[in-house]
Design a binder for this molecule. Structure first.
Ligand SMILES: Nc1ncnc2c1ncn2[C@@H]1O[C@H](COP(=O)(O)OP(=O)(O)OP(=O)(O)O)[C@@H](O)[C@H]1O
Ligand SMILES: [Mg+2]
Length: 378
């Protein structure tokens, strides 16, 4: 199995990177460290202003870190100019040249590099084929739809055969249907090309659908990194739980190992190793809650509102202590009705206040170890 591990190759590494655009301004990236493996699809996800574009600009070489180091294939590249990096960027507005046709837009960088006409033609046609735009060479950019322009922008970036492709919210200008199509196409393209993609979005569904790995950012720090399922199933804190998917986030108290108090009631959970009486944040996903009769529920609530969402009803309820509970159910409820809610112990996610990602990972690992077999063993 050692060979498999060896396939993972770090292409970009941030080591304690801090970025201040001006030394009087607050830092927009604060001591950020992460690794990017070659050939994977990464997404930077976070609210407006959290530092996503700044990370791309640092990787592309449009700006330098104030502190820390950026490595590319093991070498520090802090001061390597943008045109000497094996990186290309697709910008949010595509930045195409309106006075050039499709062919010349894609050929632009190759002409600057001084390639011969024959070589340029071969490369441009291949790049256009990759993005399903064969036959569109002579079209004017102004005659292309939003989705087609987006593909021209990608062709222009991949024609240079970069090792890394940076994509800054490339789909945000498209309508929902086209956007979903392009998500699929981009993901396919990444698989076919085998290039490392670093994709920026503030749309959590897009991030979950497309990525091998997601970095969730807030206010210049990485809150959590992991696969979409890691982050969805085990959010590290209130911010991540709230940002990724719909969640019920309530206050709770650890009574002892495997027992937590929520809304004045005691529930079995799978968490251990926390302090007795420790105040915690609790997450339960709406799809993990099931509606029962009032008496047989683990939790008693009153239905406040109900919306039909196509596949399920979204039902908002309140318990007697004032917590709101969102439920996704194929069963209809009645507004004002008192119902019960039930859930599995695994549906309760306990989050320690202020826990770092490292401490969090360690804690989860310890559960797997003790749950995986003989906990009294040698
Ligand atoms: N050239 C600049 N000079 C000074 N401050 C900047 C500059 N570029 C960005 N900032 C600031 O840095 C912070 C992070 O900006 P950044 O563009 O990285 O955010 P973002 O996560 O990409 O946001 P959005 O989703 O809105 O694109 C913001 O507070 C922004 O105002
Ligand atoms: Mg941005």
């Amino acid at each position: 199995m050692k060979g498999l591990v060896g396939l993972e190759e770090t292409i970009i590494r941030f080591e304690h990177v801090t970025k201040q655009y001006d030394h009087n301004d607050p830092a927009v990236l604060k001591d950020v460290s992460f690794e990017i493996q070659r050939g994977k699809f990464y997404t930077l996800l976070g609210p407006s202003g959290c530092g996503k574009t700044t990370i791309l600009r640092l990787i592309a070489g449009f700006t330098e870190p104030s502190k820390g180091n950026i490595y590319f294939n093991g070498k520090v590249i802090n001061r390597v100019p943008a045109n000497e990096r094996q990186v290309n960027t697709v910008f949010q507005d595509y930045a195409l040249f309106p006075h050039l046709n499709v062919f010349e837009n894609v050929a632009f960088g190759l002409r600057i590099k001084g390639l011969k006409n024959e070589a340029i033609k071969a490369k441009v046609l291949e790049a256009l084929r990759f993005v399903n735009l064969s036959g569109y060479e002579n079209r004017e950019i102004t005659e292309m739809s939003g989705g087609q322009r987006q593909r021209v922008a990608i062709a222009r970036a991949i024609v240079n055969e970069p090792e890394i492709l940076l994509l800054d919210e490339p789909l945000s200008a498209l309508d929902l249907k086209l956007r979903t199509e392009m998500q699929y196409e981009l993901r396919e393209l990444q698989r076919r090309l085998g290039i490392t993609f670093i994709f920026v979005t503030h749309d959590q569904e897009e991030a979950l659908a497309m990525s091998d790995e997601i970095f969730v950012l807030n206010e210049g720090t990485i809150q959590q990194s992991g696969t979409p399922t890691d982050i969805y199933d085990e959010p590290i804190n209130r911010f991540v739980a709230d940002f990724i998917g719909e969640s019920n986030i309530v206050k709770g108290r650890m009574l002892r190992d495997f027992e937590v108090e929520i809304a004045g009631k005691t529930f079995e959970c799978v968490d251990q190793g926390l302090n007795e009486g420790e105040t915690v944040d609790i997450v339960i996903r709406p799809e993990d809650l099931e509606i029962t009769s009032h008496e047989s529920g683990k939790l008693q609530v009153r239905v406040d509102t109900q919306l039909f969402r196509g596949v399920h009803y979204e039902i908002s309820c309140y318990d007697d202590t004032g917590n709101e509970w969102l439920v996704h159910s194929t069963r209809k409820a009645t507004v004002g009705e008192r119902i019960g809610l039930t859930f599995e112990p695994e549906a309760i996610h306990v989050m320690r206040l202020g826990e770092t990602e490292e401490e969090f990972d360690k804690r989860l690992e310890s559960y797997e170890e003790s749950g995986g077999g003989d906990s009294h063993g040698s």
